[in-house]
Design a protein around this ligand. Sequence first.
Ligand SMILES: Nc1nc2c(ncn2[C@@H]2O[C@H](COP(=O)(O)OP(=O)(O)OP(=O)(O)O)[C@@H](O)[C@H]2O)c(=O)[nH]1
Length: 461
Amino acid sequence: MSTTSLIWIIVVVAVLLAVALVTGVVLARRRRISLTEPEQDKPAKGGYRAGGAITFNEPAPPVAEPTRPAEPVERSGASPAPVERAERVEPVERVEPVERVEPVEHPVAERTEVDGQPGVGDDAAVPRDSAKRGFVEVDLPEQASEIEEIEPTSGRLERLRGRLSRSRSTFGQSLLGLLGAGDLDEDSWTDIEDTLLMADLGAAITDQIVAALREQIVARGVRTSDDVRALLRDVLVDALHPEMRRAVNALPHADGASGPKPAVVLVVGVNGVGKTTTTGKLARVLVADGRTVLLGAADTFRAAAADQLETWGSRVGASTVRGAEGADPASVAFEAVKQGVAAGVDTVLIDTAGRLHTKTGLMDELGKVKRVVEKQAEVDEVLLVLDATTGQNGLTQARVFAEVVDVTGIVLTKLDGTAKGGIVFQVQRELGVPVKLVGLGEGADHLAPFEPTAFVDALLT
Ligand SMILES: Nc1nc2c(ncn2[C@@H]2O[C@H](COP(=O)(O)OP(=O)(O)OP(=O)(O)O)[C@@H](O)[C@H]2O)c(=O)[nH]1
């Protein structure tokens, strides 16, 4: 072979190698997904649409403005003008802080009739408001001197979306970062799984979401940060079952032989999760919607709980029926519904006590409350209140309550205080019951309707 031929061969091989190298680099770059595009901070397509108000459901054909007998409750509209103060506003007893912090013996040990087992009215553990905890942590709202203005419910979640910032940064943004970081190897998928598990989505939903992402990232040919966001949004919204009915059954029953009957809503859950606060916030929403409300303080284990509820009521002109401390919760609930029917209010909201951690005790008490209430009127909604910050504990509670009463909706409180917003996914799956409302703060109007799309958008944008 001549020298010229050899030189030509070397040149051709060098050119081929250079072409192969350039092609490889270009292909590798095209497979990368970058999240640094200017589009990054724009809302996902369709935008954040949390404009919905809390919706209420009527149990039967709509009632045409029922005429109500004289009732000391003035209505407030969506933009309420100052209304006259309701008659029954009694001074709220202030509970002084308990200073002593000592362990408390469980009272059941001293009781002979229950054979050492907790009975109705007992806690499995020492109640949180025993001397061990102290009332100092319970923030009683100030007694209002006049009826307050209530923030309109429409657009409320949009206004409160900033309160989901902890979940947004540790859950939403982490996922976007991981998915958009380029070639996804097995380590990346493990990181994605860990992020979902740490946000309290639970193993089953994590598997479901990861499988959907793996499949669709290829099927859709995901390339850009917008593609990633859109895919993640669709997969998360889908896992939240947007088709579930989330209206609260709180509107009165149509005229019957004996006239219109109020809707009855039972608010249940263990102590400290935010039942009383939620009942108060819900009363405000109903009043803002032009409804008349009567409150039943069936949490008779703690006088301050009834005071707290009464204060919430007085702030919006709703009366509260309460019993003596330690009274039978069922009798208070019965009386509240009886008075609600007599007064012709639209809704009776009953705050129950959740002190019974033993299933039998809980069943006895809640079952009795429901039975006696049903002698007066149908129970339309049983709202189970869960504290989003309690993770697995909250789920255990949810299971017990679901076995005991027919839970029709979940209120997830304290979502503002947690980075684990994923509990929403898990609790719906566990119970098969929709999350209807979410608590996003201690403020009087920090209760919002739960909307899957708006929620996911708040996490991702
Ligand atoms: N950050 C935050 N705090 C909340 C929320 N909902 C309730 N809380 C607070 O949680 C605490 C307990 O609320 P309560 O309404 O007294 O709870 P409860 O379940 O009625 O408790 P018991 O009356 O003891 O059974 C209060 O300090 C509330 O202000 C919420 O959505 N976010």
